[in-house]
Design a protein around this ligand. Structure first.
Ligand SMILES: C[S@@+](CC[C@H](N)C(=O)[O-])C[C@H]1O[C@@H](n2cnc3c(N)ncnc32)[C@H](O)[C@@H]1O
Length: 282
């Protein structure tokens, strides 16, 4: 595994780009509405129509060559693909990518990227990943910065669907928030443009709560809530989904004293990790 220190790529490499803007983006459409389409789009690097290499300037790539080796065209499914920048980057490396995104503004941006000349094929599907019917199978299914919305049963439903989309040797790469980071930032708040934002941790439900409201109008607060899983919790969640945990790749963390992002730290300090999943052996 090679860590890339910036977005530049050489040779035929699949990047996995963990999403990072400051520090963890809004997932829910309610927050998108609160921020306004424009701010939400800007957050995800799409409002000004920035090309992905500009929009992704703060991202850190993790390259996992073994997932996409071998003969034949490799197919990748990206769930919750946002503005499609990561999908377009993968397509430019020659892969056939389906970018699935439910938010209209974001999938429209991905469509724009798909219309540009790219080395491979980018298909954008605007749909809900719980209900969409896709023509699989895929060698890789990835989901960055979004897993954990909803109840355990919802994640299991999605994981079962992922198992159904994979080739027999396919792999899923899913970014998952850790409970220890969410607990460490409990009560931390700051201002984002015209809005206030505050983190809390629901210790009983093991959920990271992320509340937003227009400055001075807390009664209009909307909140997203993300279930956090340690790898041990994830193994329990995976039972009966048809998937097994094969590898854990620790992500980074925020150094709040310096206001900087540390891209790779030990798992016990990481804000999240990428779980590599494969079909469970019977
Ligand atoms: C926090 S954003 C991350 C976007 C992108 N993966 C990235 O890292 O830049 C999570 C994305 O998942 C999408 N999403 C959430 N639930 C979804 C669902 N049920 N079906 C399709 N997309 C969904 C959201 O609309 C949002 O764009």
């Amino acid at each position: 595994m090679i860590q890339l220190s910036d977005h530049r790529l050489s040779g035929h490499r699949l990047i996995e780009v963990r999403s990072f803007k400051w520090p963890h983006r809004p997932t829910s459409l309610a927050i998108a509405r609160l921020l306004g389409e424009d701010s939400f789009g800007r957050w995800l690097g799409v409002a000004r129509g920035e090309p992905w290499w500009v929009a992704d300037r703060s991202r850190v790539g993790v390259f996992e060559q073994s997932l996409v080796k071998g003969p034949g065209k490799k197919r990748i499914l990206e769930l919750g693909a946002g503005g499609g920048q990561v999908a377009a980057a993968m397509v430019d490396l020659g892969y056939e990518v389906v970018a699935l995104e439910q938010a209209p503004t974001l999938s429209a941006h991905a469509q724009k990227l798909a219309a540009a000349p790219l080395a491979g094929q980018l298909t954008v599907v605007q749909a809900d990943f719980y209900t969409v019917e896709l023509a699989g199978p895929f060698d890789v299914v990835c989901y960055y910065d979004g897993f954990g919305v909803g109840a355990d049963a919802d994640q299991q439903r999605l994981l079962q669907r992922i198992a159904g989309w994979l080739t027999p040797t396919g792999r899923a790469r899913i970014e998952i928030s850790t409970p220890w980071y969410a607990a460490a930032v409990d009560g931390r708040g700051w201002t984002v443009g015209q809005a206030e934002r505050r983190y809390n941790f629901d210790a009983d439900g093991c959920r990271w709560l992320d509340a937003w409201w227009p400055s001075g109008q807390q009664e209009q607060q909307v909140q997203q809530s993300l279930r956090c899983y340690s790898p041990a919790d994830l193994r329990l969640l995976l039972a009966s989904t048809g998937l097994e945990l094969q590898h854990v790749q620790p992500g980074g963390t925020v150094d709040w004293t310096q206001g900087t992002w540390l891209p790779v730290v030990p798992l016990g300090k990481a804000m999240n990790y990428v779980a590599q999943l494969g079909l469970a052996s019977r």
